[in-house]
Design a binder for this molecule. Structure first.
Ligand code: KG4
Ligand code: ZN
Length: 338
């Protein structure tokens, strides 16, 4: 089965082609970083306009790269939510129009299901069930994944998502958008400094929820009360990253103990963070768990994960079968069915 995947839920336009026999045939991505950078965050209206501008040339580029005839496609998968309403509508309308023109079915995919299944693109050994730590710009979730569509949320952030905390803290330190990669690059120049050891909220409390907004406030106070030298800034970035990674690690370890699951998937944009990967890897023996990640560019938003999720869904359920374009800006992951 050959599935075209279209992602446009936020500020990346991604298109990819997945073939069940040959794997990923091609993927292309346009990131809107330059568009949103002057505003320090994503401007929804600019995001939808840029998706509209880029989506047709991107598809042409993908078809050239994959060197396939659209006649050979079996279905089109698109992100139907959650995300920005206008941005989602661009991808969904484009997918529906292509499906109509090419006389093939289309299927709407939950963006977070795309993230959760992304490791399957390149990890043939991965099997259900597994525990997933999903850490993106909008979500921080610990999910018990029994099989496709059978998701139980064990814990989540009560306030900011981990990626959001990275972005807001980076902004506070005067780093460019998007803050996550910039802050983690700066942290590499920093070191553990006793003045900048930040709290890990909820880490010592029972339960599997996270909280990151207090951490942001602690960083703000530390930065306000210290000399604004490059070394202090890097040490603060180091301390902040350490606190986030440790908070994620403590709760994930607890969730693994509680569920006795032997496989852990780390997905979503923050999953690309090197410090996070090193911390989890160094503790594999104590976790007694195998860890699976998508490759770093498939941790952040992309079309490949949507193409794969489309294939996985179509293996077991019917496509939409309608021309109505329905998107869900808000869409709880655990409301999905098999
Ligand atoms: O999954 P994603 O691309 O989009 C959402 O679905 O939200 O995640 C984007 C988030 C942003 O907050 C970004 O700053 C963060 O992931 N991020 C990182 C890194 N790369 C991306 N955070 C920390 N370290 C990174 N290397
Ligand atoms: Zn995402």
């Amino acid at each position: 089965m050959r599935v075209l995947g279209i992602e446009s839920s936020c500020d990346d336009t991604g298109i990819a082609l997945y073939d069940s026999a040959d794997g990923l045939l091609a993927h292309v991505l346009h990131s809107q970083t330059d568009t949103h950078q002057p505003y320090g965050g994503v401007v929804p209206e600019l995001a939808s306009r840029d998706h509209s501008r880029r989506i047709v040339p991107l598809l042409q580029q993908l078809l050239r790269q994959a060197n396939v005839d659209p006649q050979s496609l079996d279905a089109i998968a698109y992100t139907a939510g959650p995300g920005l309403m206008g941005a989602l509508l661009v991808g969904a309308c484009f997918a529906k129009a292509l499906a109509y023109a090419w006389k093939i079915p289309s299927i709407g995919i939950h963006h977070l299901e795309g993230h959760l299944l992304a490791p399957f693109l390149e990890e043939p050994a991965l099997e259900f069930p597994f525990l997933a730590l999903l850490v993106s710009g909008g979500h921080t979730l610990l999910v018990d994944v029994k099989e496709i569509g059978h998701y139980t949320i064990l814990g989540e952030s009560l306030d900011d998502a981990a990626g959001e905390a990275f972005d807001k803290t980076a902004k506070l330190l005067g780093l460019p958008y998007p803050g996550g990669p910039a802050l983690s690059a700066l942290a590499k120049q920093g070191q553990s400094n006793p003045h900048f050891i930040f709290p890990k909220p909820l880490a010592n409390k029972p339960g599997l929820d996270f909280s990151f907004s207090g951490l942001k406030t602690s960083v703000m106070n530390a930065w306000k009360n210290t000399e604004h030298s490059e070394q202090n800034k890097a040490d603060i970035a180091f301390g902040f990253q350490e606190a986030v990674v440790q908070s994620l690690f403590i709760k994930t370890k607890y969730a693994l103990e509680k569920t006795a699951l032997k496989r852990l998937v780390i997905a979503g944009g923050v999953g690309a963070n090197e410090c996070l990967r090193q911390t989890f890897e160094s503790l594999v023996p104590s976790l007694a768990t195998q860890i699976y990640y998508p490759r770093p560019d498939f941790c952040t938003d992309n079309g490949a994960m949507i193409a794969y999720a489309g294939y996985a869904r179509l293996k077991q359920s019917k496509p939409d079968g309608t021309l109505a374009t329905i998107v869900h800006p808000r869409w709880p992951l655990d409301s999905l069915s098999k």
